[in-house]
Design a protein around this ligand. Structure first.
Ligand code: ADP
Ligand code: MG
Length: 311
């Protein structure tokens, strides 16, 4: 059913016609909307006020951060408004799905639903039961864009904290944008934050150990994401276990080694290993050159960073 929403009294009236629902969960629902005046399409995220009180900081962070960020590879927020029962955020419409969809299509694997448990659902298990990931050239196209997005966010003292295929969206042109800023945070002057958050298979050791962390967790997350894209599985889970406690014990255990499938190129293995360095101070992205060190890694040799950034 189509529905019109008048957004705000103080701004020029924005009339949106609601279309198909794209997704959502317990707290939110995302649907396609069309701006009546221009015919432009957006994604409208609707959150119930009754639910917002359960995790207000995620809502505040997503609202404040996406309102102030402007980067070709980060989802942009165009408006925020409310009605009696809901808060709304208007975003770029990402009509190409997310990187998990790409992975699943790539491996032609039948989706399997895991029946129960938020932890299990949060792990990779539900959508991916597969042998092999995407080609390295294809992964590079996506990962390079994410490197630029992280570089931009970190330069603005924002940690993203929830890098995973489900949060990397694809637009109509096929380019990626980082979305779902619910866990993102602006770092205070002390430049350290302690809250344990993220998704079990993707959290950095310093996050698990509550040592205090900063942008280092995103470079770790990038390493996990790259591994997942190239292999179709998570580095710290195994076919036998996706128990989050076991996975997190492996993440912090210096003696537990990641297995690299033989088809990975030496450059890809090296990049993953340098990003999945357990000591934040020694991790690629955290060394003297910061993000520039990541961009200079030989796995990215073919990337024209300047042209990509100028998109
Ligand atoms: P939550 O914070 O509840 O996880 P998300 O922001 O991840 O909400 O959105 C939930 C789902 O809605 C996503 O997994 C995706 O399928 C869809 N979605 C969210 N934002 C967009 C967007 N900008 N364009 C298209 N689909 C989107
Ligand atoms: Mg989400």
């Amino acid at each position: 059913a189509l529905r019109s929403i008048a957004a705000g009294k103080d701004v020029a009236p924005l009339v949106l016609v609601e279309g198909a629902v794209l997704g959502g969960g317990a707290f939110s629902r995302v649907s396609i909307v069309t701006e009546e005046a221009t015919g432009r399409q957006y994604a409208l995220k609707r959150m119930r006020k009754a639910a917002v009180v359960q995790c207000p900081e995620h809502v505040f962070c997503e609202q404040a951060i996406t309102r102030n960020t402007a980067h070709p590879f980060c989802i942009r927020q165009y408006a925020s408004f409310q009605d009696k029962y809901h808060l709304y955020l208007l975003f770029d419409l990402m009509s190409g799905g997310d990187l998990m969809d790409v992975l699943v299509a790539e491996a032609r694997v039948i989706r399997r639903r895991i029946a129960q448990g938020a932890w299990r659902r949060a792990c990779l298990a539900p959508k991916v039961k597969m042998l092999k990931g995407m080609e390295e050239d294809l992964a590079r196209f996506y990962i390079a864009s994410i490197v630029l997005a992280l570089d931009y966010l970190h330069a603005h003292a924002i940690v993203y904290r929830d890098l995973k295929p489900e949060n990397v969206f694809i637009d109509q042109q096929g380019f990626v944008k980082l979305g779902d800023f619910g866990f993102a945070k602006v770092l205070e002057s002390a430049n350290r934050t302690y809250t344990f958050c993220g998704t079990p298979g993707y959290v950095a050791p310093e996050n698990v150990l509550a040592h205090g962390y900063n942008t280092s967790v995103d470079w770790w997350g990038l390493g996990v994401l790259l591994y997942v894209l190239l292999t179709g599985r998570q580095p710290f889970s195994s076919p036998k276990t996706d128990d989050p406690m076991v996975v997190m014990r492996r993440i912090v255990d210096d003696n537990w080694h990641i297995k690299y499938p033989p088809y990975l190129s030496p450059a890809a293995k090296d990049l993953i290993a340098r990003l999945l360095e357990r000591k934040p101070a020694r991790r690629l992205g955290m060394l003297a050159g910061k993000a520039a060190d990541v961009k200079r890694h030989r796995w990215f040799d073919s990337v024209d960073w300047g042209a990509l950034e100028a998109r």
